[in-house]
Design a protein around this ligand. Structure first.
Ligand SMILES: C[S@@+](CC[C@H](N)C(=O)[O-])C[C@H]1O[C@@H](n2cnc3c(N)ncnc32)[C@H](O)[C@@H]1O
Length: 254
C-alpha cells in the first residue's frame, strides 16, 4: 500500500553524469540493502503502476534518452553507463525509481483482511522473490486485500516488486512472525493429505498459509488443505498453488 498519494507535478530532469553524485549513491545503496518504508522500482510499466496506485516517488532516474511523464518529487537523467551500473535487470529499460511504501504490521494486515471478509494470505518462508511477487500479483487479481510474509523473500525487494508487476502496491503487506498470529484459526496449504479445498467449509478461517519451496509449512497448528492433483504429481509450484487457492477463495467468497 502506498504511504500517500503523489501529487507532485512532473519536473524537468536534472542531468547527472557522475557515479559519485549523491542521488546515484543512494540508488546504489538501496540496491544493496533496502531501507524500511522505501523500495527500488525498475522499469517504466512497474514504476507507472506504482505511481497509479498512489506510491510517492521520491526520485525518478531516467537513462539519457528515456522519457517519462510519471510524477515524482525529483527527476534525474543519468548517463547510460551510470544507469546501467545501477540497473538490476538484464535488459535495462531506462527507468528506475525510489518509492515510499507503507508497511503494515501483522495485526493491521489481519484487520484489513477481516474487514473485507477474506482470510489473511500468509507466506511461510517462501524464498524466491519471483514467487513472492507473483503471489502478490495473483492476490490483487483475485481481490485479496492483504498478505503477511513471514520470513523468506522481502516482498518489497526490487525483484519481488518487478515480479508483482507493481501489484504489491495494491495490497496491505506485512512482514512478521507466527507469534503474531498465535490465536488465529488458520489453514495451511500442503501438497498431500489435507482436506480438499473444493469441499472445505471456509467459515471462520482467519489465515490461509502457503509454505516454502523446499520445506513446506513451518507451523504444525494449521488445518491442512490440499489442491487435489493427479497421481504421481508431487506438488505444485508455490505461486501456482497460491493462484488456484486465491481464485477458489474468490469464487467461494463472492
Ligand atoms: C513446492 S511446495 C513444497 C513442497 C514441500 N516439499 C512439501 O512437501 O511441502 C511449496 C508450497 O506450495 C503449496 N502447494 C504445492 N502444491 C500444493 C497442493 N497440491 N495443494 C496445496 N498446496 C500446495 C504448499 O503450501 C507448499 O508448502
Amino acid at each position: 500500500m502506498p504511504s500517500r498519494a503523489s501529487r507532485a507535478a512532473p519536473a524537468a530532469p536534472e542531468a547527472v553524469l557522475s557515479s559519485e553524485n549523491r542521488a546515484v549513491k543512494r540508488l546504489r545503496q538501496l540496491a544493496k540493502k533496502r531501507e524500511p518504508g522505501l523500495t527500488l522500482i525498475e522499469g517504466p510499466r512497474v514504476v507507472a503502476e506504482a505511481a497509479a496506485r498512489g506510491v510517492r516517488l521520491e526520485l525518478l532516474a531516467l537513462r539519457k534518452g528515456s522519457e517519462s511523464s510519471i510524477p515524482a518529487e525529483r527527476v534525474i537523467e543519468l548517463a547510460p553507463r551510470v544507469f546501467s551500473a545501477l540497473s538490476q535487470t538484464v535488459s535495462p529499460q531506462g527507468v528506475l525509481a525510489i518509492g515510499a511504501v507503507r508497511e503494515f504490521s501483522v495485526p493491521e494486515a489481519l484487520a484489513a483482511a477481516r474487514a473485507a471478509g477474506w482470510p489473511l494470505l500468509v507466506l511461510d518462508g517462501v524464498q524466491d522473490p519471483g514467487n513472492v511477487g507473483t503471489i502478490c500479483r495473483s492476490a490483487v487479481a483475485a481481490g485479496a486485500p492483504a498478505i503477511a510474509v513471514l520470513g523468506g523473500a522481502d516482498p518489497f525487494s526490487a525483484k519481488a516488486v518487478r515480479a508483482s508487476a507493481g501489484a504489491v502496491f495494491g495490497l496491505g503487506v506485512a512482514r512478521g512472525t507466527w507469534a503474531e498470529l498465535a490465536t488465529v484459526r488458520g489453514l495451511g496449504a500442503t501438497p498431500r493429505g489435507g482436506a480438499d479445498i473444493r469441499r472445505l467449509d471456509l467459515g471462520g478461517v482467519d489465515v490461509l498459509a502457503l509454505g516454502s519451496e523446499a520445506h513446506g509449512l513451518s507451523n504444525p497448528r494449521l488445518g491442512p488443505v490440499t489442491i487435489p492433483m493427479q497421481p504421481g504429481a508431487e506438488s505444485l509450484n508455490v505461486a501456482a498453488a497460491a493462484a488456484v487457492l486465491l481464485f477458489e477463495l474468490r469464487r467461494r467468497l463472492s
